[in-house]
Write a protein that binds this ligand. Structure first.
Ligand code: XAN
Length: 450
């Protein structure tokens, strides 16, 4: 069942760093689940419209201690890694991949296992307010299709990638594509199958071309995937300059940065999202901007495996699109709230510096401090821009993706009259227990007690 109108106070961030608040607005939704109009409290026609929807029994009304936020957009998450949250995060990335992650991902040859894990993950993401997710699945066709099917059924907007790992020495023998030719052919087949499945999915379902990262793919595969991206005008995702190790490996192999290499293979475009990018240069940033390719910033994961902090503000100043990702399971939580907090904290430490052996004046070197307004933008509008979809804002023309957040657990909430303080309190204190309902494309996809 799709809602037609919802009345409540909401926050939205159409511009980086700015947040708009509207008190008890009436949001009208068309039959496709898109916001058709928003009537503000003092506007003419507001009372009449309210009376109309109430009379028709078609109005969802929030209580005074509830607020609406846009549904969040997770632009980097490895669905198969859900069962190992928090495991071996003290190991280096390549060791974590080889000893823990690849053996786990190999298990998705078993469709039943995939079904159980993916069902739980999609439900959990919805419970945390995430209405859209850009997923890495595994190399397995059936299990990747199963993830797409579960997103479709649960009402989440899924962008799903069947992963390509064809390099004969860059991957373990037990977990890699049978051959380069098959990996390419399977990707094309996957695109067609997901597009067919998507025809009946109101919230949208999208195939994503997914070379895992340069070290796990041959040049032949990377070039062919770039051609498929152009042929099908498809989303693309990969990892890029995550840590020093990956950065060095690709520099040695290609004689250029992985930004330059991936762009030269045709994998950069307006629907491409590259995870991490902590080590990109200003020259690389220009390539991102030129292609309107986005960075998926994964601040929690970066603490563990990147050993670095993304200079968010510096890259924004250079015109790079940035969104937010949980990077499960290099990130230990499905919550973009927690990632927003970490994004703010990491940016402060990068800017102000933490090396107390240096004089204070010499500590901070990078212009990178962001606040909660900016982090909120990254989790919402930034995600919509990264994916080139009309999502992430509460505004006419955008998909009606909403989360209803309760403040009833915070008895002191009433002391705030400043709207920005209310938002920040909300973003710092909300967990899934406080998310009472979630709507995607105007449909109820989660309630707290279901
Ligand atoms: N590079 C990666 N980085 C990460 O954080 N998680 C992964 O699964 C992965 N694969 C390549």
């Amino acid at each position: 069942m799709q809602i037609q109108a919802i009345k409540g106070s909401f926050f939205t961030s159409p511009v980086y760093g700015e947040v708009n608040f509207h008190d008890n607005a009436l949001i009208e939704v068309d039959r496709h689940g898109v916001i058709s109009d928003i009537l503000f409290k003092d506007q003419s026609g507001y009372q009449e419209a309210l009376a109309h929807y109430r009379h028709q029994e078609q109005l969802v009304e929030l209580s005074p201690d509830q607020y609406l936020l846009p549904g969040f957009i997770d632009t980097h998450i490895h669905a198969p890694q859900w069962p190992q949250l928090g495991v071996a995060l003290d190991r280096p990335l390549n060791e974590w991949l080889e000893q823990h992650t690849f053996p786990l991902e190999a298990k998705y040859a078993n469709l039943e296992f995939a079904h159980t894990v993916y069902t739980d993950l999609v439900e959990q993401l919805l419970a945390h307010g995430t209405t859209t997710a850009l997923y890495f699945a595994t190399i397995h066709m059936e299990a990747s299709l199963e993830l797409a099917k579960i997103c479709a059924e649960k009402g989440q907007r899924g962008l799903v990638g069947k992963v390509v790992m064809d390099h004969p020495t860059g991957n373990p023998d037990y977990y890699r594509d049978e051959s380069t030719e098959k990996a390419i052919a399977d990707t094309e087949d996957f695109i067609k199958k997901v597009r067919q499945m998507a025809e009946t999915v109101p919230q949208g379902l999208y195939p994503v071309i997914t070379p895992r990262f340069a070290p796990s793919c041959t040049d032949q595969a990377l070039a062919a995937l770039g051609q498929l991206a152009t042929k099908y005008q498809c989303h693309v995702q990969s990892h890029c300059s995550e840590g020093q190790w990956e950065h060095d490996v690709t520099a040695e192999r290609f004689g250029k940065t992985d930004t330059q290499a991936l762009a030269d293979f045709g994998l950069f475009g307006p629907k491409s999202v590259m995870a991490h990018c902590n080590f990109i240069s200003d020259e690389d940033a220009k390539i991102f901007r030129k292609h309107q390719t986005a960075v998926a910033h994964c601040p929690i994961s970066n603490v563990y495996f990147a050993n670095s902090v993304l200079p968010v503000r510096h890259l924004k100043d250079l015109g790079v699109e940035i969104a937010l990702g949980t990077d499960i399971s290099a990130g230990y939580t499905p919550s973009l709230y927690e990632n927003m907090r970490q994004a703010v904290m990491s940016s402060r430490q990068l800017e102000e510096g933490v090396d107390t052996s240096l004089p204070a004046s010499k500590r901070g070197v990078v212009h990178s401090r962001i606040g909660m307004n900016e982090a909120f933008y990254l989790a919402t509008t930034g995600g919509g821009e990264a994916l080139d979809l009309a999502i992430g804002q509460i505004a006419p023309g955008y998909a009606c993706d909403l989360q209803v957040v309760s403040t009833s657990h915070n008895k002191d909430f009433a002391v705030f009259s400043d709207e920005e303080h209310i938002l920040h309190r909300l973003l710092y204190s909300t967990n899934s227990d406080n998310i009472e309902a979630v709507y995607c494309q105007g449909r109820l996809v989660h309630t707290k007690n279901n």
